[in-house]
Design a protein around this ligand. Structure first.
Ligand code: SF4
Length: 462
């Protein structure tokens, strides 16, 4: 019999076709969802630039203790790739020549120029920097130096705790890795995704396993403090056996951390376009149960080798030594100046996103204006939800931290969704800690919708 006993919370809502991988976003990267960010709210972003650091637009809970402004971070989007992967949903270009790339790099520096004089910086230096994409390692050594010099002249990196740099293995040579390290990069993130050449090819990746082996060996020789490997569970034509081999190959390399994503098929991917043309609702990849099982297998193998599960997506070899500063500061309400086409930032309590086409991004900068396309200022309650759901992706949050910061205990505020998670077997009992079970951790992005305001649980996430 399946009927729930009287007064028990209703089971966690499951959308139709929950098991199969259908089109849409799974990964929750921010809150409220992007669809609620609007061009008409850009003046709120401009007002945020003119307030001193740590002050918020509305009354209500403050994100930091009075007198201590939040850490400042810098995200730099490099939207160039050798080839577009079939599952990619980022803004990337594969056809730009060196002149266009140079114009883009100069625009990034010009964009930062417009930020540095604003009151919200308030003398802060960036504590963390992230070069993401796209493929930052697509840039030549000269282009990289030109960009980093321009950025550092405006906002010195003397207070940074971490500089992350994303790489595609096929773009890396020993001199380029030496140049990347010389820039001050501390965390090298290798987008390996898989080791099987057929899987790499059929998913549209530009690199092959030979390039992974070579790039990883160079990176170790150069001596980066932290090397992260990205994998994806459930690529097109993934099998049980090939996934196990991918996990084994990763273990052989012994990286400092491993990030594992479950394959999702957002609408703006080549795979979705093909599904649409063929009238298919279900993507040609493993279902969600299988992908969770594969991540669970990987987590278990890494744990056997001494790694620790540090979030829904990551394992780390030495948690005492290996941090991920960008994630931890951002998920605790840091300010993030985001440069580049289509990039997302967060300043003084207001979210913003830049224009998402090359020319519409460059044009305002030529006129000395910031290229911001849309914005949203979350309410105090939305700021609380945002921080809570992002930290829940770590697998555990401290109730005391949230009670102190936002003035209300999350066990009271979120009593109903927490009870639903508990009833579904996704939550552990834990005193001050609100902790997910392994089953909860493996599907956390789906469960986070339980904490959304009702008006934010509709339609597409993007
Ligand atoms: S390398 Fe990354 S950013 Fe570039 S196309 Fe592939 S998935 Fe997208």
């Amino acid at each position: 019999m399946n009927a729930a006993p009287p007064n028990s919370p209703p089971p966690v809502a499951k959308p139709p076709l929950e098991k199969a991988t259908t089109a849409g976003n799974y990964f929750v990267s921010n809150y409220p969802p992007y669809a609620f960010w609007k061009p008409e709210f850009v003046p709120e972003f401009l007002a945020a630039l003119d307030r001193p650091p740590g002050s918020l637009p509305a009354s209500g809970p403050q994100p930091v203790a009075a007198g201590s402004p939040p850490p400042l971070g810098l995200y730099v989007h490099i939207p160039f790739c050798r080839k577009r992967c079939h599952f990619c949903y980022f803004k990337v270009y594969t056809d730009k020549d060196s002149q266009a790339i140079r114009a883009y790099l100069d625009a990034l520096v010009r964009e930062l120029t417009l930020y540095v004089g604003k009151p919200f910086v308030g003398g802060r230096r960036p504590r963390f920097i992230y070069f993401g994409g796209g493929t930052p390692s697509y840039l030549s050594v000269d282009q990289l130096r030109h960009l980093a010099d321009g950025l550092q002249r405006l906002l010195p990196w003397d207070a940074v705790e971490e500089v992350t740099f994303e790489c595609e293995p096929g773009t890396l040579t020993e001199p380029k890795l030496e140049a990347i390290r010389a820039l001050g990069v501390t965390r090298l993130s290798l987008g390996i995704e898989h080791f099987d050449d057929h899987i790499l090819e059929i998913n549209g990746r530009a690199h092959r396993s030979r390039e992974i082996t070579r790039a990883y060996a160079y990176a170790r020789q150069v001596g980066f403090p932290q090397i992260n490997i990205d994998l994806i569970a459930g690529m097109v034509e993934e099998t049980e056996e090939k996934w196990r081999l991918a996990v084994a190959r990763t273990l052989e390399l012994a990286p400092d951390s491993v990030t594992i994503y479950q394959m999702e098929i957002p609408y703006n991917t080549t795979i979705y376009r093909q599904m649409k043309a063929e009238g298919r609702l279900v993507a040609p990849v493993a279902d969600w149960d299988t992908k969770r099982r594969w991540v669970d297998y990987a987590f278990t193998e890494f744990e056997k080798a001494g790694y620790t599960v540090a979030s829904a997506y990551t394992v780390v070899k030495d948690p005492a030594r290996t941090r991920f500063v960008y994630r931890d500061y951002l998920w605790a309400g840091a300010d993030l100046v985001s440069l580049g086409v289509a990039s997302f930032g967060h300043i003084g309590g207001t979210h913003y996103q830049n224009h998402h086409d090359f020319d519409t991004y460059l044009a305002p900068l030529r006129e000395g204006r910031l290229p911001v396309y849309r914005a949203l200022t979350p309410t105090p309650e939305e700021r609380y939800i945002r921080e809570f759901i992002l930290q829940l992706k770590l697998g555990r949050v401290s109730a005391e931290y949230f009670a102190r910061k936002f003035g209300e205990d999350p066990r009271t505020k979120f009593a109903a969704p927490l009870a639903r998670l508990k009833a579904g077997g996704f939550l552990e009992n834990g005193g001050d800690r609100i902790a997910l079970t392994r089953a909860g951790l493996l599907q956390v992005d789906r469960l986070l919708h339980e904490f959304f305001k009702p008006e934010h649980n509709t339609g597409r996430y993007a």
